[in-house]
Design a binder for this molecule. Structure first.
Ligand SMILES: NC(=O)c1ccc[n+]([C@@H]2O[C@H](COP(=O)([O-])OP(=O)(O)OC[C@H]3O[C@@H](n4cnc5c(N)ncnc54)[C@H](O)[C@@H]3O)[C@@H](O)[C@H]2O)c1
Ligand SMILES: [Zn+2]
Length: 709
């Protein structure tokens, strides 16, 4: 039941359209889904449900009308399909199949005793491919893409043995587009993922780098593996991947060699292309459901993944009359299998720390077979998910695997209220720092930042980035490489790289000149801008602007640290007095709130952070931070920039304002003195007018800047 207001529905439809489009891109264009098919299908169903309840809210970009994903960004050439490639409508229950048959009868106005024959075959989990044969010769192979335009994979399919280059037989029409599925068998898929892992390991070893299993890109399921293997710019990569194909339909044809689905499929088979071994003809609803049950039972023993049974009206003249709706034919239906489930024991819960400090719980399982795949690990996502399931090590759980190989825990069978709940760690298992979830966030993160081995490279990359210390020549790859060698543990190490000149030179790809350039880029930052240095440390909630606000007030880093530590101190009455004074002083600064004060306190509370800090300040000496404010027309005023600026970025405009002694604010309020508006300025402009605030354009602003000299 949909029980929400129209405004809420419109809002949710907007969010669903965006989410679904994103997952379509990840799944179809990048072959790297982030959620399971069951989760994806739930989003689609919710969207359909809302659209049915509020038909007038159906969006222009409704996911209900989209097939796959557009291929504009693909490096492969594009092919426009003469006959559109479609998707399939889904059914999950026998009743829905019955309703499908009834709908067909109504549409064709058939009498109750007229039989409706259907074909049934397994729905194989691969990607659709269109093979155009002219005079029997394969001239073009294409993926589905968005249904209208797909990608040219002609050189790639030349490496698929199942796809013949020439159709056999004397009765081959002049033009015949075979449509079917390119797929990868389960064993080949598992072997490919193992191979990808082994290759990455070997590569890391050859380079003498640390190997990180988590970073190796593997395929989520056989379907993505097949798609990723076929859609290769370099067909030699496809050649190394064991892909298979079978036919299940056709597109543009010069003439049809039969009057039923059944006849044409058998004809295609006779020309030398494989079709499903389970393809059959059913003459009644009962036979269809029987076919479904027998195919479902045999599913675990199949060497490939299937996720349902596809029914198609046998008579082609009826298919013709039924035609299409939105993105699928009216004459076909996919009867999906329910997700496969299995029970096992959750043996332990490990915590993994990601590159951004996120703590992810991973369940280690007593190995169990679900739908032909042995599962030993399962992600438990986050602290809330563990609480929701109430799982603890030793519990008996129900695993589900739906149409892909990312399994999930759906139930906990050990409902023992007496045993204590799993205690989610409040410290990082990698570095021992405190791990916290910010208010309103589900993810628990390590606060160790620079000292946490799991996060270190990410933090170092931030430290040298443009907005922070801006060290040219120290790119992400170099950081990874130096880190793996053990040369970069903390920011201070960057300034000690000069002692490793010869070692760097010995690395592949480095020459005297490039090493000199790198080292002099580092040396040029011995007296860095204090605010950038502070920002570079990646303290939570201390962004570039906050760092400047802080430095403007305290001028030196030691002064800032002293007050931050003081504000955090909790012991003794005297301390308490000083602490509360320090606290008020900090929060009195424009732009600084309690969250920042708290984050600073937490940072300096950790011994390892203090070490990193001292070590770094032993290498560099940022001069006192003084903002030279020019005598200007806007000194001391608060300026808001809105709309599109033509000659500079928003950041540059803000920096100009600061140099002129003005404060750049993000929103218009009674405190605003001046609004600089570019084209497209909206609500802020209106608010300024309401409040009677002066509004000028970018050119007038440039005049003010110029006048200040
Ligand atoms: N996990 C995610 O993020 C994500 C994102 C997008 C889509 N998906 C999944 O992809 C699917 C939707 O993709 P879709 O639009 O391609 O629909 P679909 O895969 O459910 O059905 C249409 C396709 O089935 C294929 N097919 C296989 N066997 C067939 C047969 N015997 N006869 C006819 N066609 C057959 C055809 O290639 C056809 O294009 C859903 O299962 C969805 O869960 C998942
Ligand atoms: Zn940590």
């Amino acid at each position: 039941m949909v029980n929400i207001s129209e405004a809420e529905a419109a809002n949710e439809l907007m969010r669903l359209a965006r989410q679904i489009a994103r997952h379509n891109r990840l799944y179809h264009a990048e072959d790297a889904p982030e959620i399971s098919d069951a989760e994806y299908d739930a989003l689609v169903r919710r969207n359909a449900e809302l659209e049915a309840a509020f038909p007038h809210l159906v969006r222009q970009d409704s996911p209900s009308n989209a097939i796959g994903h557009e291929v504009a960004a693909s490096p492969l050439s594009k092919v426009t399909h003469e006959v559109r490639m479609m998707s399939l409508d889904n059914a999950f229950t026998d009743e829905e199949v019955e309703e499908f048959v009834a709908r067909v009868r109504r549409f064709l106005a058939l009498s109750a005793d007229e039989p409706v024959a259907m074909t049934a075959e397994d729905k194989i989990d691969g990607l659709s491919c269109s093979l155009r044969y002219e005079k029997g010769k394969l001239v073009r192979a294409a993926t589905r893409g968005d249904g209208q335009v797909g990608e040219d994979v002609t050189p790639n399919v030349a490496h698929i043995d199942d796809i013949v280059q020439e159709l056999q037989g004397k009765d081959v029409p002049d033009v015949f587009e075979v449509r079917g599925e390119v797929y990868m068998e389960k064993a080949a898929f598992l072997a490919l993922n193992e191979q990808l892992m082994a290759d990455a390991r070997a590569q890391a070893e050859a380079k003498g780098e640390a190997f990180d299993e988590m970073k190796v890109r593997q395929f989520a399921n056989p379907r993505n593996a097949a798609a990723g293997s076929l859609r290769q710019k370099d067909a030699r990569v496809t050649a190394r991947r064991p892909l298979r194909f079978w036919a299940h339909g056709w597109g543009a044809v010069s003439d049809l060699p039969g009057e039923t689905q059944h006849e044409v499929i058998r004809k295609i088979e006779s020309w030398g292309l494989p079709v499903s071994p389970q393809f059959r003809r059913c003459s009644s609803l009962d036979e269809m459901l029987e076919a479904y049950r027998s195919i479902r039972e045999g599913r675990p023993d199949l060497p490939f993944e299937i996720d349902g049974v596809v029914y198609k009206i046998d008579r082609l003249d009826w298919q013709q009359r039924l035609g299409f709706v939105a993105k699928a034919p009216r004459w076909a239906l996919a009867h999906k299998f329910p997700a496969e489930r299995a029970e096992t024991i959750l043996e332990s819960i490990d915590i993994q720390v990601g590159r951004t400090g996120k703590l992810t719980p991973v369940g280690r399982l007593k190995p169990v077979l679900v739908g032909g795949v042995t599962v030993t690990n399962v992600t438990l996502h986050n602290r809330d998910e563990i609480a929701r399931l109430g799982v603890r090590p030793g519990d008996r759980i129900v695993l589900q695997r739906a149409g892909d190989v990312i399994p999930q825990v759906v139930d906990n069978l050990t409902r023992d209220e007496q045993r204590p709940a799993f205690a989610f760690p409040d410290h990082c298992p990698e570095c021992g720092s405190e791990a916290v979830a910010e208010e309103g966030e589900v993810d628990v993160r390590c606060t160790g930042g620079l000292i946490c081995p799991a996060q270190r490279t990410e933090r170092l990359k931030h430290f040298v980035s443009r907005a922070a210390l801006d060290i040219e020549g120290l790119g992400e790859k170099t950081i990874d490489e130096f880190f793996a060698k053990g040369w970069l543990e903390s920011p201070a190490d960057i300034f000690r790289l000069k002692n490793r000149r010869d070692e760097i030179l010995a690395l592949e790809g480095w020459k005297d000149k490039s090493v000199d350039n790198l080292l002099s880029a580092v040396e040029s930052k011995r007296e860095p801008d204090a605010a950038r240095l502070l920002f570079g440390l990646g303290i939570r909630h201390v962004g570039a602007v906050t760092a400047r606000d802080l430095m403007k007030r305290f001028e030196t880093l030691p002064a800032l640290r002293e007050i931050a530590e003081l504000a955090h101190a909790k012991e003794g009455e005297e301390r308490a007095q000083a602490a509360s004074e320090a606290y008020s002083e900090l929060v009195s600064i424009d732009g600084i709130g309690p969250v920042v004060v708290e984050a600073l306190g937490d940072f300096f509370h950790e011994d390892h952070n203090k070490q990193v800090w001292d070590d770094l300040l032993g290498e560099v000496s940022p001069p006192p931070y003084v903002v030279e404010t020019k005598d200007s027309a806007v000194a001391g005023k608060t300026v808001v920039f809105t709309g599109k600026l033509e000659t500079m970025s928003r950041d540059e405009a803000k920096a100009q304002a600061e140099r002129l002694g003005a404060k750049a604010a993000g929103s218009v309020s009674a405190k605003t003195d001046l609004v600089v508006a570019g084209p497209g300025a909206g609500s802020k402009l209106k608010k300024a007018a309401d409040l009677g605030i002066d509004v000028i354009d970018e050119a007038a602003w440039a005049e003010i800047v110029k006048a200040a000299g």
